[in-house]
Design a protein around this ligand. Structure first.
Ligand code: 5GP
Ligand code: MG
Length: 204
């Protein structure tokens, strides 16, 4: 029998978005079906790796909400959930200075932390958040992201669980925003270039 091909490395074929979004979204990079199937296998892997552990999932607001909700419902194991709020005050598409808008409330000392974010881009956000968490002395910190853009990395950081490796496009949907919009798209898509307008202040 053939070995299953790892889905995160399968070629990404861009498709037309549903008519409702066609004016704003140029193409669908990841369909909802493709995401759902990948989330299922990520959850299976996480269940296996953290079996019997004292797991705390720490998700970054706001970009993880959709991914997190789907992932959580696939995890049939005891776990605790908490959030960290990070705002990067980007001018639209570039992360810059980080501001913490919500601090962790649960005790993670001695516990296993799974840090969940929507996308690993330059790595600045997760690099700084994981350094901050490490000071709380968890047993270990593992990182899970839906998307990874390795070509943009500036910090020495890698995720332990990656949904999809994607090329250097600014993507929206399935929780990811542009200027706080498009989080509700059920797929991950590429915005039309004309949708980018100069503005400031955005939550990651
Ligand atoms: P990093 O700090 O790794 O550069 O970026 C992390 C944050 O930047 C992500 O959590 C996300 O909020 C934002 N970001 C990076 N790339 C993209 C992208 O392609 N689309 C969207 N919507 N946000 C992105
Ligand atoms: Mg984010």
């Amino acid at each position: 029998m053939d070995m299953p091909v790892p889905k995160k490395n399968a070629p990404l074929r861009q498709k037309d978005p549903p008519p409702r979004w066609r004016k704003e979204v140029q193409s669908v990079l990841l369909s909802r079906e493709r995401i759902a199937s990948r989330v299922r296998s990520l959850a299976r892997q996480i269940e296996k790796d953290f079996a019997g552990r004292d797991l705390v999932i720490v998700a970054l607001l706001n970009g993880t909400v959709v991914f997190l909700a789907d992932l959580l419902r696939r995890l049939s194991m005891p776990l605790r959930l908490d959030f960290i709020g990070v705002s990067s005050y980007r001018g639209g598409t570039e992360s810059s200075d980080l501001v913490f808008t919500k601090e962790l409330r649960l005790n993670v000392t001695g516990r296993d932390v799974l840090l969940v974010d929507d996308i690993l881009d330059t790595g600045n956000t997760l690099f700084r958040v994981s350094a901050k968490l490490r000071r709380l002395r968890p047993r270990q910190i593992k990182i899970c992201v839906l998307l990874d853009k390795p070509s943009r990395r500036q910090e020495q950081i890698a995720a332990d669980y990656v949904g999809f490796i994607i090329p250097d496009h600014f993507v929206v949907g399935y929780g990811l925003d542009y200027a706080e919009q498009y989080r509700n798209l059920p797929f991950v898509g590429i915005l039309r270039p004309e949708m980018f307008a100069p503005r400031h202040g955005s939550q990651t």
